[in-house]
Design a protein around this ligand. Structure first.
Ligand code: ZN
Length: 459
């Protein structure tokens, strides 16, 4: 069995992925804060999670995957200042915070499905795990890691010997990196909120709960410490997130969980890089972002975007441009054309699959694995490899890539019609061809013409 090697931010090295015990790789991913639609920068990260899971699967590992839904308590800044994003979204749309969170959670799941991202085994919500979060704060308080200020309960980072080990920065540097805190009651600049008290000045919150310290809501990092270990145990194997989670969110998750339990939170921390737009990080707060729907409105399939993400290594920044998305669309079409050009699969040439698995298992090198696909297509054109063998290889690669059209969904009747239409087009009878096109469209498909064959896509 080929083993997966992955870059672990904790050790700053590539490591072979091994279960801690038993044979299951447990994965926890930080989910979306559901106060608005996901932007494609967010979605790049979930495509990365999906590639990781699918790679583990084809290499023979079993997985259990949990991803939280942040539906409370994530403030507009990643520090402990600013408004609650969900409550802010609710005010903006004049809905309740619960309605906002459920609406955008649903939209997020729809985006994931459109990108063929397999949903996690469990998707717990922060608001369904409030008691557990209060219990963790109590435990930290009992162990002397928490203190109270006028606006909440804070974690005392000076009490934890290796605070900040994930980022590799010394405590001093970390503290200097943190913006000057407005809260002068904090003992150290890097201390962070475990529980925030509702403020009477901000008006009544939709989401607040009684606690031993007063009515309030959990700090953002708390839910991940609680829900990861509740569903996966501690330690579990892989914790994923974006690189922007390293300095604050994951650093503080580790601090809480390890202070409470005196054992590691997770064995491997794996982080994917940003998607940039015009050289800048996408940010909803600055209105600098694109949604999946924006891409679809310009005639792109979500899977074109998926392929674009696969063309870059997950640890590299990826600059989104419409030109590169066009390139990905053309590349995807080329792969599909070759795939559908052969009706029957044949045996994959010796060594080809091993080479593919070699790239993908080496820290998920999808760009190199995709190059191998195109090299194999070229070999097919030179008749060095049969079309049937290529078809089987593409099918195998697609267990990870997920970029092939699903022809299976197209009914036999429509396929017959498409064949008839292609024949009319070949013989120059465009009127009859157009009539059939109308018929196919009325059945819920679109027809795109490339060369002599029309491509049928289910809407
Ligand atoms: Zn998290």
């Amino acid at each position: 069995m080929t083993k997966l090697k992955i870059y672990n931010t904790l050790t700053r090295s590539k490591q072979e992925v091994k279960p801690i015990e038993g044979d299951i790789i447990r994965i926890y991913s930080c989910g979306l804060t559901v106060y608005d639609f996901a932007h494609i920068g967010n979605l790049r990260k979930y495509i990365f999670d999906d590639v990781l899971k699918r790679t583990l699967k084809i290499l023979g590992y079993k997985t259990k995957h949990v991803m939280n839904v942040t539906d409370v308590g994530h403030l507009t800044s990643d520090q402990d200042e600013g408004e609650d994003k969900i409550e802010k979204g609710a005010k903006r749309e004049r809905k309740s915070a619960y309605d906002i969170a459920r609406f955008y959670e649903k939209a997020f799941v729809a985006d994931l499905k459109a990108l063929r991202v397999q949903l996690p085994d469990i998707m717990p919500r922060a608001t369904d795990n409030i008691k557990e979060q209060i219990d963790l704060v109590k435990k930290l308080e009992d162990k002397g890691f928490a203190y109270k200020t006028s606006d909440g309960i804070y974690f005392d980072t000076s009490k934890l010997k290796d605070y900040g080990k994930l980022s590799g920065l010394e405590k001093q540097e970390l503290q200097e990196g943190v913006r000057v805190a407005k809260n002068e009651e904090k003992k150290n600049p890097s201390d962070f909120a475990l529980w925030k008290l509702s403020s009477s000045q901000e008006g009544k919150r939709d989401m607040e709960w009684p606690s031993p310290w007063g009515v309030g809501f959990p700090g953002w990092h708390l839910e991940c410490s609680v829900m990861s270990t509740k569903f996966l145990g501690q330690p579990f194997e892989i914790h994923t997130g974006g690189v922007d989670h390293i300095g604050v969110h994951h650093t503080n998750e580790i601090a809480q969980s390890e202070a409470a339990e005196d054992k590691p939170l997770a064995k491997y921390f794996v982080h994917s890089e940003h998607l940039l737009q015009d050289g800048r990080k996408m940010a909803k707060s600055e209105g600098h972002f694109l949604r999946l729907r924006d891409l679809e409105e310009k005639g792109f399939s979500p899977l074109d975007f998926r392929l674009m993400c696969l063309q870059a290594h997950y640890q590299s920044k990826l600059d989104f441009t419409w030109v590169s998305l066009e390139g990905a669309k053309a590349a995807r079409r080329r792969i599909n054309d070759f795939y559908w050009d052969s009706s029957e699969g044949e045996e994959i040439p010796v060594g080809l699959l091993e080479e593919f698995e070699g790239y993908i298992s080496d820290n998920l090198d999808t760009p190199r694995a995709l190059s191998l696909v195109f090299e194999t297509i070229t070999k097919t054109q030179k008749s060095e490899i049969t079309k049937g063998a290529l078809k089987s290889f593409l099918e195998k690669a697609d267990e990870i890539f997920q970029i092939l059209e699903e022809k299976k969904e197209i009914s036999q009747e429509v396929l017959e019609l498409a064949k008839k239409r292609d024949n009319y087009r070949k013989s120059g009878d465009y009127q009859k061809a157009d009539e059939i096109r109308e018929e196919i469209v009325s059945m819920g498909y679109t027809v795109e013409d490339s060369g002599v064959r029309g491509r049928i896509i289910k809407k």
